[in-house]
Design a protein around this ligand. Structure first.
Ligand code: 0O2
Length: 268
């Protein structure tokens, strides 16, 4: 048996996890900056523990030479979504990318596992550029809702605690919780539009406030008229307290006109 340099083997997987999570987080940021709803609520990533890899190789009878081909989740990414519908949208985002090639899928949503596990898995090929040159490797992207994630994480800890020999009573409890999480996802779907509306209004309000305060600051700097700037600022705080998005939008638009006039005057 030759020496197995685990760190050297796993480093590119660490790099892949870090790159993929950064890229997906950048996608989230892009959505936010364009005020577009993002189907990905959060992104997590991890490199499988060496003990987890060894256990899986033993369990499945995988020889060391075939480890990287056969163990698809050495690099693992998890996309957490708010709603079930978001899962499909998040998968579409991955499908459109040119830097991630989908090799195959495991649909545990339509084919829920006996354990109660629900999730959508994509096995992708991803290339990292290392000191030794490019390396194409596999990574597993798990896409699931918050409720599914809550169940899977709890079950995973319990399996660990009971060394994969869950007492019947715990198994029955987990089954009931799995049913409850499915129900929760269905209920959430019904209020999706309302929640999305609220989120949308909130992000519009944030952008308006930022924009208004920027304009007031610019007006002050351009005109050096502190009294006028304070008057506008006071009016902004008054309107903000009304908690009326239309009024805020109107104030924003009026301020824009004022700012344009001021700029024209200063040029002339
Ligand atoms: P970890 O600790 O997340 O790395 P298998 O032979 O079923 O164990 P396989 O063939 O690689 O694994 O594919 P599968 O079934 O799609 O499992 C891949 C990963 O999905 C698992 O990795 C888990 O993260 C998750 N998963 C699958 N089934 C279950 C389940 O019943 N409960 C929970 N909590 N997670 C599950 P690992 O290697 O099992 O674990």
């Amino acid at each position: 048996m030759e020496i197995q340099l685990w760190r050297e083997i796993l480093d590119p997987y660490g790099q892949a996890v870090s790159e993929i999570t950064t890229k997906l987080n950048n996608f989230r940021l892009e959505c936010k900056n364009h005020n577009i709803y993002c189907p990905m609520e959060s992104i997590q990533g991890r490199v499988k523990e060496v003990s987890g890899i060894i256990d899986k190789m033993r369990r499945k009878g995988i020889p060391f030479e075939r480890m990287e081909e056969e163990i698809e989740d050495i690099a693992g990414i998890r996309i957490i979504c708010q709603f079930i519908e978001d899962i499909e949208a998040a998968v579409e985002v991955i499908e459109k990318r040119t830097d991630m090639e989908i090799l195959h899928r495991k649909d545990y949503l339509t084919n829920q596992k006996k354990s109660g596990y629900r999730s959508y898995h994509l096995i992708i090929a991803y290339t990292v550029n290392t000191m030794k040159g490019p390396k194409r490797l596999q990574a597993e992207i798990q896409v699931r809702t918050m409720a599914m994630n809550f169940w899977a994480t709890s079950e995973h800890f319990l399996q660990y605690k009971y060394k994969n020999q869950l007492p019947e009573q715990i198994s029955a409890q987990l089954e009931r919780i799995a049913q409850a999480t499915t129900q929760l996802d269905e209920e959430m779907m019904k209020v999706r539009n309302e929640i999305m509306d609220a989120e949308n209004n909130n992000s519009i309000q944030c952008l308006l406030v930022k924009d208004i305060l920027n304009t007031i600051e610019n007006l002050y700097r351009l005109s050096n008229n502190e009294r006028e700037a304070i008057k506008i600022q006071d009016e902004f705080y008054r309107i903000y307290q009304l908690n009326d998005l239309n009024a805020l939008q109107h104030f924003h638009d009026q301020l824009d006109i004022l700012s344009e006039d001021n700029q024209t005057q200063s040029i002339n």
